[in-house]
Write a protein that binds this ligand. Structure first.
Ligand SMILES: NC(=O)c1ccc[n+]([C@@H]2O[C@H](COP(=O)([O-])OP(=O)(O)OC[C@H]3O[C@@H](n4cnc5c(N)ncnc54)[C@H](O)[C@@H]3O)[C@@H](O)[C@H]2O)c1
Length: 437
């Protein structure tokens, strides 16, 4: 495949649309404001801190990613959001309780000016939330038009040249793609008929794609992961990615499991449980919404371990995931993993992981990287599913013909090689033979 001929430079302002102004979104916005003022370091973000090697190891060419590909500057980001609660970004950040008062005070004015637009919300898809800041529309087709008007209005008011969206809204109930999701035609008919399987998050995705706004899905909901959305993304020459930010326990799983498998260590079982007390936890306390998350979390091991190829090692592995809503912990989640592994001659061993993590602190840099990389992808004329961004997701979207790649280190290689390829640099195979000839 030919590298893209020319990447349009990132001139002008970039609109960042966030369906959902909760813990993740406010932690992300606050971090961008603090980082661009030099008041806190953007730790965890590959676009802000990462480097990549070019050419041979002897060449010593290791630029920062931000100096290698033309990324938008943090100073050019303009933030917009939708939420069913009218709290501005400052109030929402205080409610989320992730960041301390000192950090919030530094950017209080800027945060207070970010007020959410009324949401496209259908309570049957998220039963635990009862907000009043919602749009009224006679049909879901009309709702899409209202969202498109929001997008155009914001971009015009702020003088933005381009837009990117990352959905940070609550997990919706589990929905399998059905007939209405099969093609653009079927979906547009479904919008006119307000089909019950079309959810709020799908409407944001649809409106963004119609406006040529690149879209990433940070929740495990169906959202943009169905054939009609893929068809529309290709038609509109717009990049999409998803789904479900890879943070916390699943991040650890995709670090540990590839290591066990690469040494051909077997697995008898992997029990994962965690407690969290934020609004995300409250929504996931409903079994229909938890099911969406469970499916997203369970797929990871199956794809990494490939039990069909290694039946002796992984054929009978038992995998269980529990999430427990426990209000005292707020966003400061604690997760436990008990991993029963098998070694040489069938001897048993155990690994225990107790991760005292901060979910939104891990998710915020993921949002930033997705914003900047999706904008880059759009300017490089990429369209449809961006498999090179699998690195950021629990349940990576892929072409129908291939299985998703979950191994974090393969995902990183894929991402960096895509950047090299974009800039016409040699891809790195890690062969290493050339140093010994
Ligand atoms: N924090 C993490 O590490 C992490 C990791 C993976 C996925 N996620 C997903 O990201 C999403 C956001 O997580 P969070 O911790 O910020 O949750 P949160 O509950 O703090 O924020 C979600 C926000 O979305 C709003 N919302 C719900 N439906 C909406 C709609 N239709 N339109 C507009 N707004 C809507 C809610 O009112 C809420 O303010 C969740 O779906 C979560 O499962 C989070």
């Amino acid at each position: 495949m030919q590298a893209p001929e020319r990447i349009t430079p990132p001139e002008g302002k970039l609109a960042v649309f966030l369906p959902g102004l909760g813990a993740v979104a406010t932690t992300f916005i606050t971090g961008c404001l603090l980082a661009r003022a030099g008041q806190a370091p953007p730790i965890g973000s590959l676009t802000q801190m990462g480097t990549l090697r070019l050419g041979k190891r002897t060449e010593d060419r290791v630029p920062k990613i931000a100096d290698f590909v033309p990324l938008a500057s943090l100073h050019d980001l303009e933030f917009a959001a939708w939420d069913l609660f009218p709290d501005n970004a400052y109030e929402a950040a205080v409610t989320a309780g992730v960041l301390n008062a000192q950090h919030l005070a530094l950017v209080k004015d800027e945060l207070s000016r970010i007020e959410p637009m009324p949401a496209a919300f259908y309570p049957e898809h998220v039963k635990r939330l009862h907000g009043t800041h919602v749009k009224k529309a006679a049909s879901k087709a009309e709702m899409v038009e209202a969202l498109r008007a929001d997008i155009r209005g914001f971009m015009q008011a702020r003088g933005c040249t381009r837009g990117v969206a990352v959905s940070c809204n609550s997990t919706e109930i589990y929905i399998e793609p059905g007939e209405v999701h099969a093609s653009v035609r079927a979906f547009e008919r479904g919008l006119l008929e307000s089909d019950p399987n079309i959810t709020g998050s799908q409407l944001y995705a649809w409106a963004c794609l119609k406006e040529g706004v690149a879209f990433a899905n940070g929740a495990p909901s169906l959202c943009v992961d169905f054939p009609a959305a893929l068809e529309l993304a290709r038609e509109m020459r717009t990049p999409i990615a998803g789904k479900d930010f890879k943070t916390g326990q699943t991040l650890m799983k995709t670090i540990i499991a590839p290591g066990l498998k690469s040494r051909m260590l077997g697995l008898r079982g992997w029990f994962s449980t965690n407690i969290l007390g934020n609004r995300d936890g409250e929504v996931l306390d409903d079994p229909d919404n938890f099911r969406t998350k469970e499916v997203s979390k369970l797929g990871v091991l199956e794809h990494i371990l490939q039990p069909d190829r290694y039946p002796e090692l992984y054929g009978n592995a038992y995998h269980k995931v529990r999430i427990n809503y426990y209000p005292p912990r707020g966003d400061a989640k604690e997760s436990w993993d008990n991993i029963d592994i098998v070694g040489w001659l069938g001897y048993d061993m155990q690994i225990k992981v107790d991760f005292l993590c901060r979910d939104s602190i891990l998710a915020a840099p993921v949002v930033l990287d997705l914003v900047l990389f999706l904008d880059l992808a759009r300017r490089a004329n990429f369209r449809g599913v961006q498999e090179w961004l699998s690195f950021y997701f629990k349940s990576p979207m892929t072409a129908a013909s291939v299985y998703p790649e979950h191994d974090l280190f393969i995902q990183l290689m894929k991402l960096k090689n895509t950047l090299r390829w974009m800039q016409g640099e040699e891809l790195i195979t890690h062969l290493g033979n050339e140093y010994y000839d």
